[in-house]
Each structure stands twice: as structure tokens, then as C-alpha cells.
Design a binder for this molecule. Structure first.
Ligand code: ATP
Ligand code: MG
Length: 200
């Protein structure tokens, strides 16, 4: 089995995440892509939406794409979500799977700072997609990590969860930036209003 891991905070999930996953699924002929919300990401403040809300929105977003699944391993483990811990757990649990961890250019540039990156590069390959607004800085990546990265072009979508959260706070529309079911969920659940009260 060739499995893509789409890791992220998904605070909330948007069409940039889905397009990245679909691009790599097609490009590598992946059997499945597992969307994995982090508990607390190492590189940023705690998420605005709860883990439960973020996971629910991911479930709604992946909808009827049969190759897409959710994975709550990091939410269950709690604490700071280091990818290297997660991938060693997955390698043990699925010894026959080959993993491809999907990341946008912002995260590719950040790879040298990831926890135990050399160990991680032995557990998974990376599938990098271009992300609008982020120039790739290949020189910064150590050779032993660089050889584990496959690159893919995707339609550029200048969208981020930060932008969506800012729009929610200002009361601006996020329709079409997130899948329709996620939009409906945010409208219905009142998380929309709850989020507007939080600070970040
Ligand atoms: P935030 O603004 O809160 O950081 P985000 O939009 O960057 O949110 P994350 O959950 O941090 O979303 O990202 C998860 C993964 O998806 C990362 O590897 C990121 O590079 C990638 N990604 C997010 N948005 C896009 C996009 N518009 N195009 C390509 N890749 C993206
Ligand atoms: Mg991000």
C-alpha cells in the first residue's frame, strides 16, 4: 500500500489542503490519503478550534472521495505532535505500507528544523507541493533529507487557515474557500461565533 499522510492543524481545513492531497494522490498513484489533524503543532500556538471540531470538519471536507480517510492518532496521543513520533508508530502498525508525507513549500523550507528530521526521513518520503507566496529554498535542506522529497505542481490557491480565521473574526464570508459542508458546519455549530471570541 502507498499511503499519503496529509498532516496539518486544519484550523479549519480549506480547499488548499484538499487540492494538495488530490494532486499527490494522483501524481504518485497513492492507494489512500490519510488526513491527520495535529494535537498541538510544534511550530505554532494551540489551535483555535478544538481537536474534535477540526477532525469533524476534516471528515465533512473529504466527503465522498473514497481514497481519503481521517487519522486521529495525534489527537489521541495529545501533547505536542512530533511527526517523527507519529511516523514511527505508523511504521510499526503498518509494516507493509510505504508512506509519503504531504507538505506545502512553507513546510519544506522549515524541514531542517523539524524534530529528529534525519530519523523521520528514514520513516517516510515527503511529497512537496508548491504553495503560493512561498519561494522554495532548496539550499537550506540537508542532502540526506533532500533526496527524500518528491515535488509536484498544483493549481496555486492563495488560501490559508489563518486567512480564514481572520475572515471569521471580521465576519467576512468564507464561502467557497472551504468545502460547502464545512461552511454549513461553521454556520450551524456556532463555532464561527465562538472563534471570533478567541484571541491569537
Ligand atoms: P495556518 O495559516 O493556520 O498555518 P495553513 O493554511 O497553513 O494554516 P496547515 O494546517 O498549517 O494550514 O497546513 C497543513 C499542510 O498543508 C502544510 O504542509 C501546508 O504547507 C499545506 N498547505 C496549506 N495550505 C496550502 C495551500 N493553499 N497550498 C498548498 N499547500 C498548502
Ligand atoms: Mg500553516
Amino acid at each position: 500500500m502507498k499511503i499519503g499522510i496529509m498532516g496539518g492543524t486544519f484550523d479549519p481545513i480549506h480547499i488548499g489542503h484538499l487540492t494538495a492531497a488530490e494532486t499527490v494522490r494522483e501524481g504518485l498513484g497513492l492507494d489512500e490519503v490519510w488526513f491527520m489533524p495535529s494535537h498541538i503543532p510544534p511550530h505554532k500556538a494551540e489551535a483555535g478550534f478544538s481537536g474534535e471540531e477540526r477532525l469533524r470538519m476534516v471528515e465533512l471536507a473529504i466527503g465522498t472521495q473514497p481514497a481519503f480517510r481521517t487519522l486521529d492518532i495525534e489527537l489521541r496521543r495529545g501533547g505536542v505532535s512530533y511527526t517523527v513520533d507519529t511516523m514511527s508508530e505508523l511504521a510499526e502498525k503498518y509494516p507493509d505500507a510505504r508512506f509519503h508525507f504531504i507538505i506545502g513549500t512553507d513546510m519544506v523550507n522549515y524541514l531542517p528544523k523539524w524534530e529528529r528530521i534525519e530519523e523521520l526521513a528514514n520513516l517516510t518520503r515527503f511529497a512537496a507541493v508548491g504553495r503560493a507566496g512561498y519561494e522554495l529554498n532548496k539550499q537550506a535542506i540537508p542532502a540526506e533529507v533532500a533526496e527524500c522529497i518528491d515535488y509536484f505542481d498544483m493549481p496555486q490557491l492563495e488560501i490559508s487557515s489563518t486567512e480564514i480565521r481572520n475572515r471569521l473574526k471580521k465576519g467576512c464570508s468564507i464561502r467557497y474557500l472551504v468545502p460547502e459542508k464545512v461552511y454549513d458546519y461553521l454556520q450551524r455549530s456556532g463555532s464561527h461565533a465562538a472563534y471570533a471570541r478567541t484571541t491569537d
